[in-house]
Design a protein around this ligand. Sequence first.
Ligand code: ATP
Length: 245
Amino acid sequence: MIEVEGLHKLYGDFPAVQGLSFRVGAGEVLGLIGPNGAGKTTTIRSIAGIIIPSGGQIRIAGHDLAKDPVGAKTELAFIPDEPHLFEYLTVEEHLRFVGRLYGVTGISARIPGLLEEMDLGDKRGALPGELSRGMKQKLAIACGLLHEPKALLLDEPLTGLDPVGIRRMKSTIMRRAAGGTAVILSSHLLHLVEEICTRLLVLQHGRVVAFGTMAEIIASRPGLRTRSLEDVFLALIGQEEATDA
Ligand code: ATP
C-alpha cells in the first residue's frame, strides 16, 4: 500500500507538486500521466525518498517515509528511466550485491528465474559496458524486483526496450500486482498505461486533473469521448479538439 497525503514540492519558489493525495492499494497499478513538467517524476522521486518533499506525508506499507525512511525504503523499489549501474559489477554480481543490501535470503536460487524473466540468462557474466541500453534497463528492473517489494515505482520503465521486452515487462508488472504489490507507473505510452493500469492519476501543473478508473473519469466529465485514454488525456489537459463539440 502506498499512501500520499497533501504532498507539496517547491523548487525555490516554484510549486512543482501542489497538494497531491492518493492511495494505491495492494494489487493496484496506478498510471501516473501528464504533460511534460506536470510533476510526475517529482512525485515518484518523493515517494521513493530521493526528493525531500516541502510538505505532506508518504507511507509505504504502513511505514512513514519521513519518520522511518529505512523501513519504508525496504518495502519499495524505484526503477528510474535511466538505469544506474556499477561499472565493475557483472549482471550476476549486481543481483548478489543488491540482494545483500536488502538482506534477501536464497539469492542463488532466485537469480536464474529473474534473469530468465528479464531475458538476461546469457548475460550473467557481462559488465554494464557490454550490455545494450535495453539490457541495462532490464538489469535495473531485475535488481528492483529481487527483494519482492510491496511498492513498485516505475518512471518510464519501457524506454529502450524492444517489443518483446515491452511485452515481457507488461506481464512482469501485472504478475507483481497480482501477487499483491502496489504499483505506480509513470509513462507517456498511453496505450500501455491503458492496458495495464487499474486506475489513473492525471497531473497538470503539479495538481490532480483526474483520478480514478477510466470509466469513473469519463463518467465525471460529460463530453469526454470514450474511445481511448489518449482522447481522454488530451481532453483533460485542455486539447479541445479531443472533446465532443
Ligand atoms: P516529464 O514528462 O517531462 O518527465 P514530469 O511530469 O516528470 O515531466 P517533473 O520532472 O516532475 O515533471 O518537473 C515538474 C516541474 O518541476 C517542471 O516545471 C520542472 O521544470 C520543475 N523541476 C523539476 N526538477 C527541478 C529542479 N531540480 N529544480 C527546479 N525545478 C525543477
